[in-house]
Design a protein around this ligand. Structure first.
Ligand code: ACO
Length: 311
């Protein structure tokens, strides 16, 4: 028979209440959350790189200031998410070790390179757009600290999405060369952004259980469909073409149909063989090493404060 604690956990899930760090929870629920939240945190931190690449080259002071603020937001998101994961009993050092040793996953999307300025537009519009679609439902995640962290993150993501849209809109209203740059960038980012939602439902080992626990509220394919439905009218406003000849309105379904994605590419990226996996991790390791003196100084300062207090 289930224990009173198990019954209480089930009641919390059933009634859409929140599980808090001090509540009893099944080990598998805890593990799933640590996996998802830490992967999400790593994605935010690694996700600073593709755009960090453009800060010094942004075309105006205004664009530089906006891009810097955005990359800084991503650092903030990573830090809230590491804090949320820590409430489940994993240390930040352990999560850093997993990332730096290459054993942790982070989002496939951040292993693509950003050769043109238009990529800053595509990342905002497509990548952050996909992130919002995926993350708004996570605000209602059954685990309290994760759901609450997602509220602020989603507000900031929606600003990021609009700034990306605005970059592309400006380019599309520019010279033919700027228009070509915008279209070429959208061509490269469209399919990888759709893959951010994860493998098709039939190949998603975690979805069913995570949905039963109300960690995830919708399946990968449901959210991907929602994203395509959102993109089509926005692409029309921009005047860009989504690089999928199979996109068409399906009256019966009330959704846009779209083509099959190249899942081999997705699994290649997950296996570490994307365009930029190696450089992303190398940069992250170098940044971690470069920051050693800051951690050391913070520890020395904390020790001195403790000593001062005890005298
Ligand atoms: N990139 C890298 N790995 C992925 C991706 C992706 N786009 N999609 C799925 N995976 C991994 C899963 O993490 C899982 O790996 P694991 O079992 O070894 O941990 C495996 O592929 C199978 O996928 P699912 O069973 O579908 O995994 P899950 O139920 O966790 O769903 C999803 C994946 C949708 C990404 C979910 O974890 C999620 O919503 N995470 C929070 C959002 C997030 O991390 N966003 C990061 C990018 S957005 C941004 O940072 C701006």
């Amino acid at each position: 028979a289930p224990t009173p604690e198990q019954l209480e956990f089930e009641r919390l899930i059933e009634t859409d209440s929140r599980v808090e760090p001090t509540d009893w929870m099944p080990e598998a629920y805890r593990k799933t959350l640590i996996r998802q939240i830490s992967q999400h945190a790593h994605s935010e931190i690694i996700g600073m790189q593709p755009e960090g690449n453009w800060i010094t080259r942004a075309p105006s002071l205004k664009r530089k200031a906006i891009l810097m603020a955005k990359v800084q937001d991503e650092a903030g998101h990573g830090l809230y998410l590491y804090s949320a994961a820590q409430t489940l009993g994993i240390s930040r050092d352990a999560m850093y070790d997993q990332l730096l040793s290459g054993t942790a996953k982070y989002s496939s999307i951040f292993n693509y390179t950003t050769p043109t300025w238009a990529d800053m537009g595509s990342i905002g519009w497509l990548v952050d757009g996909a992130a919002i679609c995926n993350q708004v439902p996570l605000c209602r995640c059954s685990y309290g600290p994760y759901g609450r962290a997602m509220v602020r993150i989603c507000k900031e993501e929606s600003f990021h999405q609009r700034q990306g849209f605005e970059i592309l809109l400006t380019l599309m209203r520019g010279t033919p060369e700027q228009q070509r740059m915008a279209q070429e960038s959208v061509n490269r980012w469209y399919a990888p952004a759709l893959m951010m939602f994860g493998p098709p439902d039939g190949e998603s080992p975690n979805s069913q259980r995570s949905m039963a626990w109300k960690i995830k509220r919708f399946s990968n394919d449901e959210l991907r469909q929602r994203f395509v439905d959102m993109l089509v009218p926005q692409a029309e406003v921009l005047g860009v073409t989504l690089p999928d000849p199979d996109i068409r309105w399906n009256e019966e379904r009330g959704h846009y149909d779209f083509g099959v994605l190249d899942w081999d590419e997705f699994y290649e990226v997950l296996a570490g063989r994307g365009q930029a996996n190696t450089v992303r991790l190398a940069n992250r390791r170098a940044a971690h090493d470069d920051g050693a003196w800051v951690r050391e100084a913070a520890r020395a300062y904390a020790a001195r404060e403790d000593a001062d207090r005890s005298t």
